[in-house]
Design a binder for this molecule. Structure first.
Ligand code: SF4
Length: 507
């Protein structure tokens, strides 16, 4: 049975053998057979972390003409406040108008936990439809309905005939997984089940029709460029520029896609992932059901990765010669432009922390700029990262620390104190540890800044060069703020709380 026939997608722990626990070095990781899955891995001490709602809401809040109805406790979905700036600026950049995300909450309380929250949910759906008349009402389940057994799919089916908006149930119950990337599957799952049905003529293909259909698609030359909100508009524009240079038309999906237009994703010649952590679940589904082939491999961050990403696309359309000319002119111009920055980067030590693919691709970019990689921490690990670790091993002369952790800043603080990097690259919410230690810190993801493609390499280098010339902010900060850890912790093994059999320990 296809996953899509089930009410909710499987957890990534089961589907991809994903793991959040490893502490060791890249060479130690390489010795493990095909990756670092630690079957019984865990930490005997954990700090709090985010849940599925944050990445899930980042996509859903961006959808125009939609209401996101959070069915959960009152605090669930509060990440939307911090995401609203992206929704406003992203809408302005794409449609020329500023609009806030529209999200509501059923704010379940103790009485609802006893009596059940379905009645409240039904009333909230009716009210959202009456008040906003949206194209879609997206019912996002947090932990509480998952624990008390509210059936959001049953409620959606029951009330759908009464409301004009399409109702989408999305399962983001935070307790069910610690691999946040499951949120991408949850959102895609609901889109796949509810919003791709407009072209009714697209009946599932018979095996003998499949190859011919794919060949026709190849000639049409419209591609889906997948973005689950890990790229801002400026990065989308860089990839659109490159794809258009190959003569391709681009349909960005799913962020900022109108629910009634989403079926267009099923009509493209090819889907191109920008990050394998995000898209495999959906891309396999639309290939199986609608015959749209896909490319999922390299993240276009860094020169070599952007080259590989472009070559894969060009290969599909047999545009290899055009792509080689483009790559040649882009890289020559870029390398020339980077000359002025490189002396300041040579031999500087960098520590990188982010989502699996972004951390590994950015590490490769930093090596291309002349930095020495001294540590990488990824939020989780699965099979897609294995090739990226191999690339890093091939370009690094020294072994370095690798941690897999769903944040866990206590481990990071310990590592940073020992390793003392010159530069730290981490997420907006994740670089305060390094900043407070006085390390020059730069955000690895911000939708207003360039990171992707050739332009991303140049812009990141330019920003880092400026910061390294004047690191006063972080060094002053460290004089006036302190982290909560004791000297005893800083003297301990940073991975001492990893208690898995077969787990690694830092030397
Ligand atoms: S869904 Fe669960 S883990 Fe996530 S914010 Fe709500 S209560 Fe917390």
């Amino acid at each position: 049975m296809s996953y899509m026939e089930q009410k909710e997608p499987p957890r990534r722990e089961e589907r991809l053998n994903a793991s959040i626990t490893y502490g060791g070095t890249i060479c130690g990781l390489a010795k493990k057979t095909r990756g670092c899955r630690l079957d019984d891995a865990g930490r005997s001490f954990n700090q709090g972390s985010i849940c599925l709602l944050l990445p899930g809401m980042a996509i859903l809040n961006s959808l125009p003409d939609s209401v996101v109805l959070l069915h959960g406790a009152i605090g669930c979905g509060s990440c939307s406040h911090s995401q609203n700036a992206n929704v406003r600026s992203g809408g302005n950049q794409r449609f020329g108008k500023v609009k806030d995300a529209t999200w509501l909450s059923t704010a379940l309380n103790e009485i609802d936990v006893i009596n059940g929250g379905e009645t409240k949910l039904i009333e909230a759906i009716r009210e959202a439809d009456r008040r906003y008349r949206p194209a879609a009402i997206i019912v996002v389940a947090g932990c509480v309905p998952g624990i008390i057994g509210d059936d959001i799919d049953g409620v959606a089916a029951k009330i759908q005939p009464e409301v004009s908006a399409k109702i989408l149930p999305v399962h983001c119950e935070g307790f069910k997984t610690r691999i946040w990337a499951t949120a991408y599957d949850a959102v895609y799952h609901s889109i796949g089940r509810n919003l791709l049905e407009k072209p009714l003529e697209q009946t599932p293909l018979q095996p003998d029709e499949f190859l011919e259909f794919k060949e026709n698609r190849r000639r049409q030359r419209t591609v889906n460029l997948m973005n689950v909100s890990s790229m801002g508009r400026v990065d989308e524009q860089e990839l659109e520029r490159l794809l258009r240079s190959l003569g391709l038309e681009v349909n960005v999906f799913p962020v900022f896609s109108h629910p009634q237009e989403m079926y267009r994703v099923t009509q493209a010649s090819l889907s191109i992932s920008t990050c394998p952590t995000h898209d495999d679940y959906f891309l396999k589904f639309i290939e199986e059901k609608f015959g749209v082939p896909y490319i999922i491999g390299h993240m276009p961050i860094g020169i070599e990765n952007t080259n590989r990403w472009l070559r894969d696309v060009a290969d599909f359309f047999e545009l290899n010669e055009t792509a080689e000319k483009l790559i040649d002119s882009e890289t020559r111009e870029l390398l020339l432009a980077l000359e002025e920055f490189k002396p300041a980067f040579k031999g500087k030590k960098v520590f990188i922390s982010a989502g699996e693919f972004r951390a590994l691709a950015t590490a490769q970019l930093m090596a291309e700029l002349g930095f020495e990689i001294v540590g990488v921490r990824s939020f989780h690990h699965d099979e897609f990262a294995e090739g990226e670790y191999e690339k890093l091993i091939s370009i690094s002369s020294e072994d370095f620390v690798v941690g897999i952790a769903d944040a866990q800043p206590f481990e990071e603080a310990n590592l940073l104190k020992r390793i003392k990097p010159d530069v730290f690259l981490g997420h907006w919410g994740g670089n305060m540890t390094a900043s407070k230690l006085g390390i020059t810190s730069h955000v690895i993801y911000n939708t207003g800044l360039n990171y992707i493609g050739y332009r991303g390499v140049y812009e990141l280098a330019r920003r880092l060069h400026r910061q390294l010339r004047n690191p006063a902010y972080n060094s002053k900060l460290s004089k006036y703020v302190r982290l909560p850890y004791t000297s005893q912790w800083y003297e301990s093994d940073p991975f001492k709380y990893i208690n898995a059999e077969g787990g690694e320990r830092a030397e």
